[in-house]
Design a protein around this ligand. Sequence first.
Ligand code: NAP
Length: 341
Amino acid sequence: MADTILVTGGTGYIGGELIDQALAAGKTVHTTVRNLAKSEPRLRARWPAAGKRLKVFWAELESDDGWEDACEGCDGVAHVASPFPLTVPDHADELVIPARDGALRALENAYEAGAKRFVLTSSAAAIAYGHPPGKSLFTEADWTVLENPDVQPYHRSKTVAEKACRDWVSAHAPDMEFCSINPVVVVGPVASDDLSTSVALVQRLLTGKIPALPDVGVGIVDVRDVARAHLLALDAPAQTVKGGRFAVSDRFMWMSEIAEVIRERTPAYAGKVPSRRLPSFMVRLLAPFMADLKQVKTELGRHRDVSGRHATDVLGLEYIPAAEAIEATVRSLVDRGIVKF
Ligand code: NAP
């Protein structure tokens, strides 16, 4: 049982929810941010009762500074921070290097500090991409195929980072209780105005920025379940998690189904949610000229269902239904005034 944990990336969507649940569970939480002056007051305002149970440290994925202090005294680490931009960078290394080197910095410093348990926030991006067309069901046994040049920089960054951590543990710290949590697209209640890329998808549907629905889909999981999976993995007996990979997903949904859920569950906010389909030939035609559609093109018609079953069987994680998660996203975006009506 980890009583004092480090959650890296406390300003983030998943990091914030994890801190919330860890504090509620009575843990002392260290967290890292990369702008202490701006972020520490915001985190203290979000958890005013935490007092000394919340310690905020400066650390940046691309620098060695700060990690030793952040890890000191922690018996478990959840390494959540990683770049997750809305746009595709010019070169994959812009994401791969901070993702991989930052994860290794967190891991090595955790080991030096004596933290035995290390939970890496990886992704379904490290599981389900670059495979031959026609493969639609994925489990923890699958790895994104890095040799495929069509694999997007973000997917590449998560795969490289997870592999690098696993290799480092095997070579230098085989006694370490390392595991990864591999979520699909994370939605659910939003507690900050800085939106994660995954929530921006729902925001764009609500605000009419997606005028028609391409024939693409994603796995959906609620942020509360993703945080709970991390906590369960931090506290489970060593033999249950050591070396494990836990995909977390409620279910796969086509964009048209997500739009339908918004219309049915929150009709007052669905005025700009498209019902029109964007024909796939049009996506292919326009993709060379529009960066957004370039990403969509490779996903057309692709059913990528990453099973979340193993996390239920081993960690006991029960999923909030995807439709409920989407509804909670919409309501919190409206309640926080991020999407205005
Ligand atoms: P998010 O809200 O954008 O949070 C990302 C966090 O990483 C932020 O705290 C950010 O700090 C920090 N970060 C990014 N680059 C950094 C750097 N160079 N140095 C230090 N900190 C850095 O995204 P999220 O959705 O919570 O994602 C968190 C983790 O979950 C990531 O590892 C992501 O790959 C993974 N994941 C997310 C999803 C999803 O659908 N949301 C799905 C699967 C996996 P700043 O606030 O300073 O930018």
